[in-house]
Design a protein around this ligand. Sequence first.
Ligand SMILES: Cc1cc2nc3c(=O)[nH]c(=O)nc-3n(C[C@H](O)[C@H](O)[C@H](O)COP(=O)(O)OP(=O)(O)OC[C@H]3O[C@@H](n4cnc5c(N)ncnc54)[C@H](O)[C@@H]3O)c2cc1C
Length: 400
Amino acid sequence: MDFNLPKEIEDYREVVRDFVDTHIIPLEADRSNYDHHENIAPNILKATQDKVKAAGLWAPQMPKDRGGLGFDQIGMAASYEEMNRSIFGPVCFNCSAPDDGNMFVLNRVATQAQKDKWLQPIIDGDVRSSFVMTEPHPGSGSDPSMMLTKAEPLGNSKWRITGHKWFITGAEVAEHFILMAKTSEDPRKGLTAFMFHKDQPGWEIIRRIEIMGPEEHGGHCEIKFDGLEIDDADRIMEVGDGLKLTQIRLGTARLTHCMRWLGLAKRSMEIATDYVEKRESFKIKLADRESVQMMLGGLAADIELGRLITMRAAWKLANGDFARKEVSMAKNHVADTLQKAVDTALQLNGARGYSKDTPLEWIYRYARQARLVDGASEVHKMVLSRFYRNERDKFWSWGL
Ligand SMILES: Cc1cc2nc3c(=O)[nH]c(=O)nc-3n(C[C@H](O)[C@H](O)[C@H](O)COP(=O)(O)OP(=O)(O)OC[C@H]3O[C@@H](n4cnc5c(N)ncnc54)[C@H](O)[C@@H]3O)c2cc1C
């Protein structure tokens, strides 16, 4: 057994860490670097992305012949954690959700022609993308079989889409959309995936939903489809393979959230530690108080446990396994750890933690979504319980 990273990945990780320290973290302190929704302003983002490209650090998760560095999930785990030590980090490297998951699945399952048309512009950073699945009540949320948005064949190699979606991240700036729609009543083969472009008629954004936290570019939107026509050539995979596509996308996409959230958790600890190392109360340095050490020591261990289960899931995915148990365990553990890390860091910073002088309040508001997005924690526990009831002692096994 060998826990060392391959040299190419370790070298990249170190360079990314330096880049984030030198070029990205300093941007956080100046409010003029933020857009209206508390993310990095578009002009600052473009300038930083240009620096990332010039440094040869762009899109490490994409194949070399499409402009990336060809890393698998192991390389992603090691480097995404470093990128998200800054709240602005991942998008500067083209490693942020939802583009990251969209690029991953298109690269995995689309035809060459579909990749040239829909994937390459996202890799190049020329367009942004969205994944369109969740629906308001009574449609699909945790349970995809409740999907109501329909794709009906028109008989001329086109499909007609009608339906209602919401919480579609990035929709206000996205140009390329991956849409999940119902094509039959079959419980396993009833969904199909399609691509559409923002300029196609027959759909509209009803509103950008206001949320408690800072927003990804393009927000989280509610969308209506009323006769959007999609060419059959823009169907991804076979009719009825929508659930399969979702599983392929979500395995890695969920895990990339964990990789990034670990970076935010580590940054929270860094800010807390810097403060308690210099701050005193009642003639004792905060860092020398046992109660504070219990907090920081416990957090350090929780973060390391999150890194281990995340890397184990990454290793399984990189070796062709769906890693469903490991991804669910990582998703829940890391979501809880992120919330605990930032809450602890905020508390240890006193009033300063509640201010906008550090990114802690930003991370605190952002972190609450972690237990909801890409599967609520309860649903992941349900999945784990199913696995355990089927596998019993084999639930805990080594290898693939
Ligand atoms: C910030 C953000 C970004 C998002 N981005 C996207 C996006 O880009 N594209 C997209 O398609 N969707 C997106 N979503 C939607 C997200 O994937 C769903 O919110 C999630 O799948 C849960 O679905 P739901 O909200 O309909 O919850 P519901 O299905 O209504 O469930 C509500 C609650 O019930 C409980 N629950 C549900 N099922 C079970 C169960 N089996 N056992 C026990 N308890 C259960 C859970 O506590 C759950 O939180 C986003 C959501 C958020 C918050």
